[in-house]
Design a protein around this ligand. Structure first.
Ligand code: MN
Length: 135
């Protein structure tokens, strides 16, 4: 199996760097952009194995990008994890209604973050809450 690719769409520089560093250290190949408008084109170009999608972006919202991708038969099977600073229950339900496969609230914690990713891409490394390898 080749190296798995993850597309990170996040307009906050520090968050994007954090996500990319964590995913890189797990051995994933990371493609990143701060521009939501570029997300669909990058999916077409790289066919990532998973997408990490910030919801609050400049211009187009992550919510709309997820809906676009999930409507497209070519891309709808790619797992999308929505990431948002919104923590309200109604917001979570709204975001899940976009068709995303999972949801993470910022600020993220390292182990749950990696567990959500690994649950989709690398089930053997998915530790649930049994172990804390980063401590
Ligand atoms: Mn943002």
């Amino acid at each position: 199996m080749g190296v798995q690719k993850i597309l990170v769409v996040e307009d906050n520089t520090l968050n994007r760097k954090l996500f990319c560093d964590l995913l890189d250290s797990e051995g994933y190949k990371v493609i990143q952009t701060e521009a939501g408008e570029k997300a669909v084109g990058l999916v077409e170009e790289h066919t990532p194995d998973l997408i990490l999608m910030d919801i609050q972006l400049q211009g187009i919202s992550g919510y709309d990008i997820i809906q676009l991708l999930k409507k497209d038969p070519k891309h709808k099977a790619i797992p999308i994890i929505a990431v948002t600073a919104f923590a309200m229950k109604n917001d979570k339900e709204h975001i899940l209604s976009s068709g995303c496969d999972a949801y993470l609230a910022k600020p993220i914690a390292v182990e749950p973050f990696l567990n959500v990713i690994n649950r989709f891409l690398n089930p053997e490394a998915y530790t649930e809450n049994l172990d804390s390898s980063d401590e």
